[in-house]
Structure formats: structure tokens, C-alpha cells
Design a binder for this molecule. Structure first.
Ligand code: SAH
Length: 236
């Protein structure tokens, strides 16, 4: 069974978006994964097909109604063992570790929020796992869902041309990746580091590891304090 994504959204036309081209798009055509969208508005029952309402307690913006969203979720995900995710800046930040877990499973059901967010009661009642793609605010969950799916799809078996290229990558192994070079040998007076053209594979591996450590220490010292497998801090 291939990986199945179901996305609940007010803007189904945003999908598959960039996942319809390049390697992900070819894998989609080959049936190595699939995506279906569900228009949340189809589950509104009043004649104006209302999906949002003003926030209880006052304040700016609108809130997605719990009853409408619950009906949409129940339509797609009853007796379904796929995790139910809600894209949300309040969620646990997405990591490569979580991406790998998801890619190893049957698929995902993703709810895309809009407006100020989603009524808390449907998050609780339908056991939605909130997932964030970073500490900034988007106008909707759709680009976040596309980011998450991009990260998952590219590591599904057979999707990337070179299977190995998923192994040596930033975060795999808990480090940022070493720098890359390719021809020409001299670019604006700068040479490729000579070790990389030496043909000495163990020296190359050592150089790459040292560069990766140096870069990680400079840019993301927090990563050095985490277990590369779980992404958890050693002190946690
Ligand atoms: N008022 C909310 C933000 C709402 S943004 C708050 O302050 O927490 C509207 C929708 O965009 C959210 O419901 C969510 O689905 C999506 N979204 C915004 N930023 C996101 C992020 N960093 N990661 C994942 N989803 C995000």
C-alpha cells in the first residue's frame, strides 16, 4: 500500500501544487503516493455554507467552527489508522525524525487551519496532533501542509533518483551538511578544496565530517546537544 495523504482545506486548488512536478510529481503519476483533498465548506449545513464564526470572548478575526470540521474529519478518517495532523504555529516543530516516522506509516490526514485558527474542542475531540513548520505565522495551513508532504514524499522508497542521497543530509546524523563543490575547478579565483579532488576517500570522509561539525557548531550549536536519532536534548 502506498502512502496516502488526505488534506482538509478551504482551498483544495492549492494541491498538489509543487508536489505535482519534478520527482514528487513523477512519483504521484506512478502511484507511489496519492493525495486527495476535502473541501471543508462542503460540510457546512446552513444555506450560506458558513465555516467560521466570531471568537468567544471577543477579539479580532474568525474561528473555524468545530461542528463543520468534525463532520469533514469523520467523513475521511473513521476506522483509519493514519495520524491526524493539524498544521498550527502552536504545534511541536516538525523534525526530520518525525518526517521519517510519517514516511514509514500508511499516510496522513492533514487539517489546514485558516483565520485565527480552529475551535479547541474539535482539536481535543478528534485528537488532532498540532504540527508547526517554524516560528512564524502563515496566513493558512496549506503551505505548511505542502512543506510537510514534500519532506515526507521525497524519502518514500523509490521516489528519489539516487536512494543514497537521502542518507547524507543535514539533520540525518544530527549535523548540518558539509559544503558542496562541483566543476569548474577554479571559480572566480577560488579552487575546490584539494582534498575533494585527491581521490583519497577516507580523507574526504574525514574532511566532510569535520566541516559538518564546524558548521553545526557555528550555526546550530543546539543540534550538538541533541540525540541525532530522536532529536531530543541529551538533558531531557
Ligand atoms: N492566531 C493563530 C495563527 C493563525 S494563522 C496563532 O497565533 O497561533 C492561520 C492558520 O495558518 C493556522 O490555523 C495554521 O493552520 C496555519 N499556520 C500558520 N502558521 C503556521 C506555522 N508556523 N506552522 C504550521 N501552520 C501554520
Amino acid at each position: 500500500m502506498s502512502f496516502r495523504a488526505t488534506v482538509l482545506t478551504l482551498y483544495p486548488e492549492m494541491f498538489p501544487g509543487h508536489l505535482g512536478v519534478s520527482l514528487a510529481g513523477k512519483a504521484l503519476e506512478r502511484g507511489q503516493w496519492s493525495i486527495e483533498t476535502v473541501q471543508i465548506r462542503d460540510f457546512a449545513e446552513d444555506k450560506h455554507r458558513t465555516v467560521d464564526d466570531t471568537p468567544a470572548g471577543g477579539g479580532a478575526g474568525m474561528v473555524l467552527k468545530p461542528d463543520v470540521l468534525a463532520r469533514a474529519i469523520d467523513r475521511v478518517s473513521i476506522n483509519d489508522d493514519r495520524p491526524r495532523l493539524l498544521m498550527s504555529p502552536r504545534g511541536r516543530p516538525l523534525t526530520q525524525e518525525r518526517v521519517r516516522d510519517l514516511a514509514a506509516g500508511p499516510g496522513v490526514v492533514i487539517v489546514c487551519g485558516r483565520f485565527e485558527g480552529v475551535d479547541q474542542r474539535v482539536i481535543d475531540a478528534r485528537n488532532l496532533e498540532e504540527v508547526s513548520i517554524g516560528d512564524y505565522i502563515l496566513s493558512g495551513g496549506e503551505p505548511a501542509a505542502l512543506v510537510l508532504l514534500d519532506a515526507v514524499v521525497r524519502i518514500l522508497p523509490g521516489v528519489m533518483g539516487n536512494e543514497l542521497s537521502g542518507v547524507h543530509e543535514s539533520f540525518e546524523g544530527g549535523l548540518l551538511e558539509h559544503p558542496h563543490y562541483t566543476r569548474p575547478q577554479v571559480f572566480e579565483g577560488q579552487e575546490i578544496p584539494s582534498v575533494l579532488t585527491s581521490g583519497n576517500h577516507s580523507a574526504i570522509a574525514k574532511w566532510r565530517e569535520a566541516e559538518a561539525r564546524k558548521l553545526t557548531a557555528e550555526r546550530r550549536p543546539d543540534l550538538l546537544e541533541r540525540d541525532p536519532k530522536s532529536g531530543k536534548r541529551f538533558s531531557e
